[in-house]
Ligand binder design. Structure first.
Ligand code: 5GP
Ligand code: ZN
Length: 113
């Protein structure tokens, strides 16, 4: 997607503070962190919503979920963390490329992203 900021980050056209990357996913620091640890995990393939996943993209998201615990722990979430996936307008989704917020590194308040 030419006008998608997270596609541009995934392809290296826009810089980001990467903490993990493999062939199908990327994890980088949120530019406006809402917690001591605030990472974004994205699939490299572009889609906006969980409702748009097909067999391939849902398998990728499943593998992302399996990798997130180690990535979170290695990034400073030793005492737990929170995952948030905003879906659409009422949730306040701002970037329309599926992303999983990883929040932690401190005791988290209820409403942060
Ligand atoms: P959403 O509200 O869509 O769930 O979250 C989008 C997140 O992306 C926000 O937390 C915002 O700070 C982050 N973000 C937006 N643009 C950029 C960017 O260019 N680089 C990085 N690292 N994060 C971004
Ligand atoms: Zn995209």
């Amino acid at each position: 997607m030419d006008n998608c900021i997270f596609c541009k980050i995934a392809s290296g056209r826009i810089p980001a503070a990467k903490v993990y990357e493999d062939e199908e996913m990327l994890v980088f620091k949120d530019i406006e962190p809402k917690a001591k640890v605030h990472l974004l995990a994205i699939p490299k393939v572009h889609f906006k919503l969980l409702s748009q996943m097909d067999e391939n993209s849902s398998a990728i998201v499943g593998r992302m979920m399996a990798k997130i615990p180690d990535i979170a722990k290695e990034s400073g979430c030793q005492n737990g963390y929170r995952l948030v996936i905003n879906q659409g307008g009422d949730a306040g989704q701002e970037v329309f490329h599926l992303h999983i917020h990883i929040l932690g590194g401190e005791k988290l308040p209820l409403n942060i992203v």
